[in-house]
Design a protein around this ligand. Structure first.
Ligand code: E4P
Length: 222
């Protein structure tokens, strides 16, 4: 199972990467613009924070076939390995995904709103399929659709891995983890909410206070 940080906030990636075994970082054009930095500069900074085994994803901005191919090749050249290009699943995007895969590049099909779009992206050879869970929930049963998508991939034995994206809260993440989602990308604020529970702090304070009262110190041994 792979867990990615969905962000181009270098400080947030540094903070979370310090104590969580993350598998890499995903970005999209909006996320990159929010960094306030030049795209290549911020991708370089994120890459420096990652080991060679961790993955980095960046999305094409071009919408025409040749433009998608050119940007896809450029993006994948940014790292020696584990650099993936994200391509939206438009008609042109599906065609470009097949070509980029023929060239041996790593591809994530993005902007997926239905299991059927994902099916075609998997047929085109995409390595990852990114359904936009929260946005899908605006149109109906987003969780149910993504679960159907995960099952469809298993039924046909596609190599493509579902990388669920677009989460607004921990409840949405929980629903997909329970469903066995193979990979997921989550924004820093939602990851923090997954980890930090006030009950844990209260319990630890209680343990420390009791230890202090009995042994006069806040450490296991003197
Ligand atoms: C993945 O990187 C997607 O682009 C991202 O999760 C979309 O999230 P949003 O719906 O919050 O824009």
């Amino acid at each position: 199972m792979e867990f990615f940080i969905d962000s181009a906030d270098v400080e947030a990636i540094k903070e979370l990467g310090d104590f969580l075994p993350i598998d890499g970082v995903t970005t999209n054009p909006t996320i990159i613009t929010k960094s306030g930095k030049d795209p290549l500069e911020v991708l370089g900074q994120i890459s420096e924070l990652l080991s060679d085994d961790q993955k980095l994803f960046a999305q094409v901005v071009a919408t025409d076939y040749e433009g998608i191919l050119a940007e896809g090749r450029r993006i994948c050249s940014l790292r020696e390995r584990n650099m993936f290009v994200k391509v939206p699943v438009s008609r042109t995007g599906l065609k470009a995904i097949a070509t980029l895969k023929e060239e041996g590049l790593g591809v994530l099909a993005t902007g997926i709103y239905s299991p059927e779009q994902a099916f075609w992206a998997a047929k085109a050879g995409a390595d990852y399929l990114a359904p936009y869970l929260n946005r899908m929930c605006n149109y109906g049963d987003g969780v149910g659709q993504v679960v159907d998508l995960i099952e469809t991939m298993a039924i046909y034995g596609f190599d493509a891995k579902v990388c669920a994206a677009s989460f607004k809260n921990v409840e949405q993440v929980h629903a997909l983890l329970v469903a066995g989602v193979p990979s997921i990308t989550v924004a820093p604020e939602v990851i923090r909410s997954m980890v930090d529970h006030p009950g844990t702090g209260i319990a630890v304070d209680e343990f420390t206070a009791n230890w202090q009262a009995s042994y006069g110190r806040a450490a296991f041994e003197a």
